[in-house]
Design a protein. Sequence first.
Length: 243
Amino acid sequence: MIRYLTAPAHIVACDLGPATVVVNYRSGGVHTLIGPSARWWAELAATGDLSRSNGLDSQPMMDVCERLRQAEVLIEAATPTPWTAPVAGQSWTLSFGTQEAQAGWSSPRRAPRGALLIAGMALVLVLGTLRVGRRRRRMARILRLLSWVNRRPAQLATVGHADEVLNAVRWVALFVPSRVACLEESVAAVLALSLSGRRATWCHGVAADPIRFHCWVDVNGQPVAEPSSTLRYTPLKTVPEQN
């Protein structure tokens, strides 16, 4: 019988109150633990010892363990191996859909040809990175690309410059016969900035009511070309890493 479990470094959890969201930053998979399961995860993270976890009864605990092991969220360990506690999510209360969030689509501004060329090259590279290789490792490939970009010497972009690059990426995306959402456009924007000798922070976060995820570009703590609702997201992964 398994006694000790641990979570690999690419697993990040966020405590949203009634639920804990667990993200696999290798595959991109997401798991939501509610109520007793969420409390059990926090207890187990502190010890790595199943015998010291009281959040779930025996059979439900083994069922949850098996599902998370199959998803490579938890792995067996030889000794008690605690892991990072869930990130505290932003406090929230049920709004029953009354909170405002951007739901419409607005056309991007026209961009200079040079900016469009760089944006196009960046977007092609991002889409290729997502599609070439095993699907279960697609997020890991994206993070390696972002880490490579972050190692390139560059000066911090201004909010205005980052906004122009994001606009160019969004303009190019209009002509791409493929999915280009927040993940693709934010990574492409960071890459395009790097190609022009600038850098910015890539962010991925979660918000509640309902639980949803979003990626965005940040400069000095300010989300670039984003609605105010982006501030409701709790960052779970940033490149470069930030506290």
